[in-house]
Design a protein around this ligand. Sequence first.
Ligand code: PLP
Length: 426
Amino acid sequence: MEKTAIFSKEYAAQLDQADPIRSYRERFHLPIQPNGETYVYLCGNSLGLQPKSTEKYIQQELEDWKKWGVEGHFHAKNPWMPYHEFLTKKMARVVGAKPIEVVVMNTLSVNLHLLMVSFYRPTPERYKILIESDAFPSDKYAVKSQLKFHGYEADGLIELRPRSGEELLRQEDIDQLIDEQGDQIAMIMLGCPNYYTGQVFDMKHIAEKGHAKGCVVGFDLAHGAGNLKPQLHDSGIDFAAWCTYKYLNSGPGSVGGCFIHERHAHNLDLPRFAGWWGHNKDTRFNMRYDFDPIPGAEGWQLSNPPILSLAAILASLDIFDEVGMDALVAKSKKLTGYLEDLVHEIDDPRINIITPADPQERGCQLSLQVKDADKKLFDAISEKGVIADWREPDVIRIAPAPLYNSFSDVYRFARILREELVESKK
Ligand SMILES: *Cc1c(COP(=O)(O)O)cnc(C)c1O
């Protein structure tokens, strides 16, 4: 096809026809505009859409609660006592981990703190924390408060900053920093991908580098889980945490996921904050025993989990299990590649894609930097039915989620963007 032909409804429709997993879109509720059309929903990196099956999964638990009361812990169709275990293998497959390394519990910022209790063990010689300068605010608050909690000053935070005039971090600069200052760094904790730029880091490489210098290495996968194939076990990182309401479509504020590498599974020397749900299942209800942690990530649980939230996660994970991350990522590369091509076609100097051009260094999100931080453009496309997200100072984040977004969605977005750019030139 000739170059400009890609910017057409027909071309997008052809790509949809050729998409082997296009039918999954029908399994989701797509928000509808007042005019009856669906919104162009490109915000799955913020809140994923609701699977149509979720209602049934939650309804089941409401029914069993009605029917059984407390006995539902044992007699519900999916007994509540081991309910979190129904999620473990499926979640492990999503993030490329072994079941012993994964647990679904709490929420993301809470889990980051619990993991830092165990993995951020500063000493006067080695107390620093390495993070991206544009890390998600909650992660920054969390690491700064950990420094303070341990009695260290703000100088304990080392921020990885792109070179001046650049938006992305260079691997060689990360390496150099670890080489030079690694002896003082207790913990490296980065977002993969970075929520703002969409840049994916080489976790395995950073783990090797960090470990060689004696640092603990953890990642925040809020934007990675259900988007990338992070291969957490093989990456060798020590820990990770993520939420499930972004790409994993489990509903607002739903429970998060945790990874603790197998090499720590039986280490009873690691300090941790303990609760009864992390205790040996055989003696959990005989409450007189000393804390005897379950080996692996499960041993970090504190409370009995919110079943209604886990039911929504199970509904979602069953879909992920069916489609598989390989098929999702294969589509994702094409879908985001199409978005990139269309933005290049528009070829307007006011729009600059800051996300890496190399598909290996990004997930589905593209971050469009808008010249002069003109938020009017974002407001205008929102008015036309695009749901995306504006991040200060000057970025529109567009995330076509391969599970439910179509090539036609991407086309509709690009057409609206082009119209508004032309309109605002007048
Ligand atoms: C979404 C997100 C959070 C949100 O944390 P919650 O504890 O779930 O509210 C934190 N960190 C990153 C990197 C995120 O993308």
